[in-house]
Ligand binder design. Sequence first.
Ligand SMILES: [Zn+2]
Ligand SMILES: [Zn+2]
Length: 233
Amino acid sequence: MTADGEVHVAFTSVRAGNLARHVGEQQRDAVASRRRGLEAHMGVGSGTLRFLDQVHSALVLDAAEHPADSAHAPTGDAWISRGGAEPLAVMVADCLPVLLVGQGQGSAPLITGAAHAGREGLIGGVLENTVTAMREHGAESVQAWVGPGVCGSCYEVPAAMHEELGTVRPALASQTTWGTPALDLRSEAEEILRELGAGIAELAGCTLEDETLYSHRRAPGEGRFAGLVWRAR
Ligand SMILES: [Zn+2]
Ligand SMILES: [Zn+2]
């Protein structure tokens, strides 16, 4: 998908294999070679795609301050890239991958962003922090792509959590298809993005139901797919 001429946003599937070093078959060489293959497919330099050491925080990093280093990913749950200079990745398997492109006024350079937005990140403010960081760097308008995650009809949670979160964040409250308390991360993410004034493009898809995607709930430890935003060379 082309967001703006030469800026691309995309989500991988099981076809690209597990892209995370911390889960899956524990074959770091295999993950490294898959990442290289992905970079070739994206048309970006080998070893330039930025991955995070994700901890379900609301921390946003500026990719320019973190040189690509396949051995040591920086800790955080979102990125921004000024001018879209650095290709960004976030890894998910039920949490939502949210990709963003910010446009400045006139010929101002665009700003890209990518966030790993699960329950904790959404509540902690990862989307607010990412959009704020983009605006601080000149983004006037922001377009967001919300990728596949576990849907509101599948994400079962304890009744107490549903009660507590649903009271303060009604968009989160949902019910599984089998009638138990659930959370709807997508509707909450959309609510937050709307309030931030971002445009929203939705890519439906439930990781728990769709076996072409990785799901931590369906198959723990099997793998992670990725949300990607980059500027082709
Ligand atoms: Zn997650
Ligand atoms: Zn579902």
